[in-house]
Design a protein around this ligand. Structure first.
Ligand SMILES: O=P(O)(O)OC[C@H]1O[C@](O)(CO)[C@@H](O)[C@@H]1O
Length: 449
């Protein structure tokens, strides 16, 4: 079977070939540091060999829990934020019919809704109102078990589920994915007797999509988690290669780091299929939280083309030359649709008659690549044979491994996220959370100035 492929040809006018070759040694050293666990953040390397360590029994347990939710719920609310949310959403949206949520019949698949990733009163009001006449269940996902956004949504959902469906049924349709011992989500799950799954200590949130964090919701949505893991396993093998040009993760990490050194401070991840929107969001957290520290790091951003060519296209073509693009390109779409001919040809589009829509999309993709490269934007190209579980598994591991290598090339700890605490500390102080008395006083004094 083919694998995803990386092409860096369209960056070579922007970086010297010998410079890239000089990464061979550095990348090998980073890979060794990851393997030996001798680098920064080495207590969070559980993702490195995660795909190949997932057992059939573990997948069977996940599928059994998913089946219980599928049989007992029309709607399943997945509560989580950041790494406890984006991976599942990325995969589910990439695989779902774009209009599935509008269809009456869903072939036994419950509608998946996400919550716990914002504190919007309107969102939560509208969600709880929508759920009023629904047989719904909840997957409560939080590694720390204490994240405010998720905990707040879960309290509302738990109460509503118990009131609507009774305590007994609620116990059956609420599942927790959290730490083995710590945190409020664990305490509640144990006390209420919920089915629960453990997020391994050594897997950080943004690297956790192949743990129950991602696998359970994906299975509930009706997708094949065995294939997802199989794709990731394949990339685990491919990306173990110590040869820069035979290891796409290593080559991607090296190329983007060299571009960064050449002043390309922003990476734009590009798709030409809107279903990949959340995959890009997942990638942004992966690289943003991993590399954006010590006042360093490429700023990860994303666009959905061709939609955003009509909004951000101008900036990308002619704005400050501090950007490069990485295109995730789907070789063959899952459906076929031909453009019809029209006798009157009032819209002048008969030159497209008989062509597949994808042919037009691909020409837009190629035309954009050429234009952006001409405009001074280096272009990396990740080619994906087709959009399915297997190749999403490959993509996930490819980017995770690249992120580990890239973080070490940048000489940061890619596995912590100390900066995220700053807003939380202020929010707790402003809300007078017990334990934050001193901070509350200080912040109030600051606001009075
Ligand atoms: O799974 P948790 O502990 O709720 O955390 C969710 C997300 O919040 C962060 O810790 C940042 O606050 C992310 O790193 C993480 O993915």
């Amino acid at each position: 079977m083919e694998n995803i492929k990386l092409n860096i040809e369209k960056t070579l006018d922007f970086i010297a070939k010998d410079k890239l070759a000089s990464y061979e040694e550095k990348v090998r050293a980073c890979m060794e540091t990851l393997e030996k666990g001798t680098g920064l953040g080495n207590d969070f390397l559980g993702w490195l060999h995660l795909p190949s360590s997932i057992t059939k029994e573990h997948l069977a347990d996940l599928k059994a829990a998913a089946q219980t939710l599928r049989e007992n719920c029309e709607v399943v609310v997945v509560a989580g934020i950041g790494g406890s949310y984006l991976g599942a959403r990325a995969v589910i949206e990439a695989l779902s019919d774009s209009f599935a949520w509008l269809k009456e019949k869903k072939a036994g698949n419950p509608t998946i809704i996400f919550a716990g990733h914002n504190i919007s009163e309107d969102y939560l009001y509208e969600l709880t109102t929508f759920l009023k006449d629904k047989k719904f269940g909840v997957i409560n996902i939080s590694k720390s078990g204490t994240t405010t956004e998720t905990a707040l949504a879960f309290r509302l959902l738990k109460k509503q589920c118990e009131e609507q469906r009774g305590k007994e049924t609620a116990r059956k349709v609420i599942v927790a994915v959290t730490d083995a011992k710590k945190g409020a989500a664990r305490t509640t799950a144990d006390k209420e007797g919920y089915t629960s799954f453990i997020i391994p200590d050594n897997v950080g949130g943004r690297f956790s999509v192949l743990t129950p964090v991602g696998l359970l919701p994906i299975a509930v949505a009706g997708y094949d988690i065995e294939k997802l893991v199989a794709g990731a396993c394949e990339m685990e093998k491919v990306c173990a290669n110590g040869n820069l040009h035979e290891n796409p993760s290593a080559l991607y990490a090296a190329t983007r780091n060299e571009l960064y050194r050449e002043g390309k401070k922003i990476e734009i991840l590009v798709n030409f299929h809107p279903k990949l929107h959340y995959f890009m969001e997942w990638w942004k957290q992966l690289f943003g939280e991993s590399e954006g520290k010590d006042h360093k790091g490429i700023y990860p951003s994303s666009v959905d083309f061709t939609t955003d060519l009509h909004s951000m296209g101008q900036w990308i073509q002619q704005g400050e030359r501090s950007i490069f693009e990485t295109v995730v390109s789907i070789e063959t779409p899952n459906h076929e649709l031909h453009f019809p001919s029209d006798e009157e040809n009032l819209d002048g589009l008969n030159f497209l008659a008989g062509k597949r829509i994808d042919e037009v999309n691909k020409m837009a993709e190629l035309g954009t690549q050429l234009a952006h490269v001409d405009g001074g934007v280096p272009n990396l190209h990740v080619s994906v044979p087709t959009l399915n579980e297997y190749y999403l598994g490959e993509l996930i591991y490819f980017f995770e491994k690249a992120c580990g290598i890239s973080g070490y090339l940048l000489e940061v700890n890619p596995f912590n996220q100390p900066g995220v605490e700053a807003y939380k500390k202020n929010m707790f102080a402003l809300l007078n959370k017990p334990g934050y008395e001193k901070e509350s006083e200080a912040i109030q004094a600051r606001l009075k100035k």
